[in-house]
Design a protein around this ligand. Structure first.
Ligand SMILES: Cc1ncc(C[n+]2csc(CCOP(=O)(O)OP(=O)(O)O)c2C)c(N)n1
Length: 543
């Protein structure tokens, strides 16, 4: 068989469904071999879009999303999405063509050392040096990408090797078992939790990756300990659950922060420091931290742990819950009630431009609980993370480690390919939207009927918020937008413009029912940003 054919067979062996990418001159043989495969190639309009699609595929399925580019500029275009996946622990395998091995040692058209370029943004970056190692390299890349902490891997495939004949066997796919937590660590954690006066849980995305959300709810119920979740762990405990406090991650002192202030023991479960820096929830560095995760705690002066329970998160939670003495109840409920009051306050607001709180209210009303939002990065993300209620994990995807703008539109396309029966909404600012808006063409061509909700303010809203908070004046954050309705229509999508607050809900409903790619241009009133900062600045803790 030709090496390119073996390469594709190895991808099939890993049960790859989609490859997101752009064909190039240096991956001609792989592209040709794909024609005889069940793997569906999703042709995108930018390699960054392809990488973000793989990223969101990985987040939603736990299996490696695959993206592919040509050498040189194609591969450099993948970088942001690959880095995003790696830092946010989304499993992906990125593949790039490369020049033939006979011209890689010298100055040569489009040649860059891609293995080294991807090294700092992957867990494993490798070159196919000879055709015989293809099965090993592919198996290793998928195994490393899909094993906690999951992340990105990169494979470079020189074009002359892809043409060679070889004998190759696909390798058996094994899924490593997470290790058991050591008994003495479990006992110590149970002791600290039993002795705590006011414990609180901070649940991170690792709980979702480990599919341990049910165990988390049981643990919190059994021991009577309230749960705050990171932005990347929205839905890890249903918002309606009596122990849920809501999302923690704002850089301001939010209601949930009062819970951390009052706690003497903070139990971090499946939490990564990139999700929400510990100095923001633990500035005093004096509380006892119980670290429950698949791997040892990162070193940080605000994250000095009393005990680390490393191993299968589900088993750790079950075993600690068995040994620990339940608390009699918790007094943190007012934190959640204060947030709920805020959520309800502007549900009928008629102001225009539409207030962020009202947009979120209408969006939640229009969407089913199993539907999925892919959120971009900006002020809208802060509002969504704080106020969009989620009852199920992975129903509001937020990139909050690398936090790259531009993920929402391509991410929504990937989500729709995985879940064609669900409504998928890309929530994005007008700046992040135009970073990958060309993928509307991909969505229309594939008939992936996503809804793109653009919060329009003709500015880099989050940066304006920070500039105004810190300096009281803004620097170079304004821009002009095209006519988004015409823009959508030019791609063959539907375009809507919200011109009054009460139009948003019916437009959202119509868009979701339309079964077409829809864009909604919704002007947003970001005067609410500074109002929120002021309000939280003056807030007296309700507990
Ligand atoms: C690729 C990338 N570039 C720059 C930033 C820094 N950044 C974070 S939010 C933001 C502004 C986002 O503006 P917009 O998309 O309009 O959303 P808004 O804040 O207005 O809701 C910028 C520039 C980033 N996170 N990612």
């Amino acid at each position: 068989m030709k090496a390119a054919e073996v390469f594709v067979k190895c991808l099939e062996n890993e049960e790859v469904e989609f490859i997101f990418g752009i064909p190039g001159e240096e991956n001609l043989d792989v592209m040709d071999a794909l024609l005889d495969s069940n793997i569906r190639f999703i042709t995108t309009r930018h390699e960054q879009g392809a990488a973000f699609m793989a990223d969101v595929y990985g987040r939603l399925t736990g299996r490696a999303g695959v993206c592919m580019s040509t050498l040189g500029p194609g591969a450099t275009n993948l970088v942001t999405g690959v880095a995003d996946a790696n830092m946010d622990h989304a499993p992906i395998v990125a593949i790039a063509g490369q020049a033939g091995t006979d011209r890689m040692h010298k100055e040569s058209h489009q040649v860059l050392d891609l293995v080294n370029m991807f090294n700092p943004i992957t867990k494993y970056s490798s070159r196919i040096l000879t055709p015989n190692i293809i099965p090993e390299v592919i198996r290793k890349a998928f195994k490393v990408a899909q094993t906690e902490k999951t992340g990105a891997c990169f494979i470079e495939f020189p074009e002359n090797l892809a043409k060679m004949d070889m004998k190759g066997q696909v390798l058996h796919v094994d899924h490593p078992h997470p290790p058991e937590p050591p008994a003495d660590r479990v006992e110590l954690a149970a002791q600290i939790i039993s002795d705590a006066r006011d414990p609180i849980i901070l649940a991170g995305n690792g709980v979702i990756r480990s599919k341990a959300w049910k165990h988390l709810s049981d643990f919190s119920e059994d021991l009577n300990i309230p749960v705050a979740n990171t932005f990347m762990a929205k839905g890890v405990i249903p918002f309606k659950h009596p122990m849920a406090l809501g999302s923690a991650g704002l850089q301001a002192h939010d209601y949930v922060s009062c819970g951390f202030d009052r706690a003497d023991v903070i139990i971090c479960i499946g939490y990564d420091l990139v999700e929400f820096h510990p100095y923001l929830w633990h500035p005093t560095s004096d509380r006892k931290i119980v670290h429950i995760d698949m791997s040892p705690a990162e070193v940080d002066e605000a994250y000095t742990i009393a005990v680390g329970v490393t191993g299968d998160i589900k088993h750790s939670l079950m075993r600690i819950a068995k040994l620990a003495t339940p608390h009699e109840g918790h007094f943190m409920r007012p934190l959640r009630n204060a947030l709920i009051d805020e959520m309800n306050q502007l549900s009928d607001d008629e102001g225009f431009p539409v207030k962020p709180q009202k947009i979120i209210w209408d969006l939640r009303t229009a969407m089913d609980l199993e539907d999925i939002v892919i959120c971009d990065v900006g002020a809208h993300k802060m509002w969504m993370a704080r106020m969009f209620r989620c009852e199920h994990p992975n129903t509001c995807i937020i990139s909050n480690g690398f936090a790259s703008m531009g993920i929402a539109v391509p991410g929504a396309i990937a989500a729709k390919l995985i879940y064609p029966e669900r409504n998928i909404v890309a929530v994005t600012g007008d700046a992040g939207f135009l970073m990958n808006s060309q993928e509307i063409e991909t969505a229309v061509r594939l008939n992936t009927a996503i809804v793109i909700l653009v919060w329009t303010d003709a500015a880099y809203g989050l940066i304006e918020w920070k500039q105004m908070s810190q300096f009281g004046r803004k620097s170079n954050i304004d821009f002009c937008n095209p006519d988004f309705v015409k823009y959508a229509e030019a791609f063959g999508a539907r375009g809507y413009r919200v011109e009054a607050a009460d139009q948003l809900l019916p437009i959202l409903k119509e868009a979701m029912e339309s079964n077409e790619v829809c864009l909604i241009d919704c002007p947003v009133d970001y005067r609410e940003n500074l109002k929120l900062t002021e309000k939280l600045g003056e807030m007296v803790c309700p507990i």
